[in-house]
Design a protein around this ligand. Sequence first.
Ligand SMILES: Nc1nc2c(ncn2[C@@H]2O[C@H](COP(=O)(O)OP(=O)(O)OP(=O)(O)O)[C@@H](O)[C@H]2O)c(=O)[nH]1
Ligand SMILES: [Zn+2]
Length: 189
Amino acid sequence: MTNVDLKKIEEAVKMILEAVGEDPTREGLLDTPKRVSKMYAEMFEGLHLDPKEYFKTVFNEDHEELVLVKDIPFYSMCEHHLVPFYGKAHVAYIPRDGVVTGLSKLARAVETTARRPQLQERITSTIADDIMEMLNPHGVYVVIEAEHMCMTMRGIKKPGAKTITAVARGILETDQIKRAEILSFIQMK
Ligand SMILES: Nc1nc2c(ncn2[C@@H]2O[C@H](COP(=O)(O)OP(=O)(O)OP(=O)(O)O)[C@@H](O)[C@H]2O)c(=O)[nH]1
Ligand SMILES: [Zn+2]
């Protein structure tokens, strides 16, 4: 959080409150700019972290078969409206040459990548590309399902509408049978 200008966020929040017709000096709002600045520092901390770093934790294990961590919850902020979108990420890869990473590192990469002003597509492809670059696996398949508050509480107002994005890399780009198997595991309760 060292690179975040908390004072600037506080000033900006005060200005927004004034601009919408609120009184930022009334008791209930006095600490709001400070709270929001700390919240933004947390929600955007991924801007100051490199998710690729997590994949430097690797183990040598002779497993050139599927690894899937599914139902990883995440919260992100739509870069168009700065309102949340949230859902679940499913991350699958097929290791090569005995290079496997810690399971929690897949979830950490999802969290860090999500904690930026984002597009769902970009979160999906960033995770897939980072795994390809760092672990050099046979293939990667990342699937994300999310609900966007900018489509729920404003604008088109369609609560319940879900967006699915999927990115395949390596052999999973062409191996439809393997992709179908991964999707069936994702759907399993
Ligand atoms: N592709 C993509 N679009 C997104 C994402 N999050 C929000 N959007 C869309 O970004 C678009 C921005 O469209 P604009 O027309 O510039 O903004 P707007 O007038 O507020 O759009 P409406 O939401 O249709 O009212 C909207 O269609 C949003 O639904 C995302 O993760 N990926
Ligand atoms: Zn939006």
